[in-house]
Write a protein that binds this ligand. Structure first.
Ligand code: ITT
Length: 196
């Protein structure tokens, strides 16, 4: 069984490749680039849409498809941007545009630092059926950026128990505590079972 990642996000791909012991490839290596409409109202729903779409396009029972739908939620903003994290500054917005839109939203509220959390839903689709697991990472967002590591909202996110942003902390730290890392720990036994 071959593992295919149903994501076009380079930051996610890099993290998955670093965290998975098994060999994984991006769907684009087989199918080329493709736009998938993510119109569900939950992380779980959107993760399933992505994994199902790629599994159906591959049309080969020898594949296990894994997707990740994720985002950041700020309590002060009623959970925004949440499932809209990738298009917070508009459809097709870059990571930087989304990041600065969130910084502006905090500045408008007059806060320098406020609680937030990341969510990741990982969906696994194979000939044996569908599974979804979740992971979370809590911390604070700041109204500015520090560091260049990670991707997306990482330069403004300080995980609980740390005094630096994910833009400053090493990849190994993020790998151990991240929403994606937590979800993948739950996904690993399922993937191993499907490969037997
Ligand atoms: P795929 O759907 O192709 O996987 P995407 O970027 O559209 O890629 P999502 O719809 O799941 O992915 O949106 C997730 C957004 O949330 C992403 O664009 C980032 O801005 C942000 N995000 C998720 N995980 C993150 C992380 O670990 N660090 C920083 N930002 C993250």
């Amino acid at each position: 069984m071959k593992i295919v990642l149903a994501t076009g996000n380079k930051g996610k791909l890099r993290e998955f490749k670093a965290m998975c012991e098994a060999e994984v490839m991006a769907f684009s290596e087989i199918l080329g680039e493709m736009e998938i409409i993510e119109d569900a109202d939950t992380f779980k729903g959107n993760a399933l849409i992505k994994a199902r779409t790629i599994y159906e396009k591959l049309a080969d029972e020898n594949y296990i498809v894994i997707s990740d739908d994720s985002g950041i939620s700020v309590s002060l903003l009623g959970g925004e941007p949440g499932i809209y994290s990738a298009r917070y500054a508009g459809v097709g917005a870059s990571d930087k545009e989304n990041l600065y839109k969130l910084i502006d939203a905090l500045k408008e509220k007059g806060v320098e630092r406020t609680p937030a959390y990341y969510t990741a839903a990982i969906a696994i689709v194979s000939k044996y059926g569908e599974y979804v697991v979740h992971g979370w990472m809590h911390g604070d967002v700041i109204a500015g950026t520090k560091g260049e590591k990670g991707f997306g909202y990482d330069p403004m996110f300080i995980p609980s128990g740390y005094d630096k942003t994910l833009g400053e902390l090493d990849d190994e730290v993020k790998k151990a505590i991240s929403h994606r890392g937590q979800a993948l720990e739950l996904a690993k036994p399922i993937i191993e079972m499907l490969q037997r």
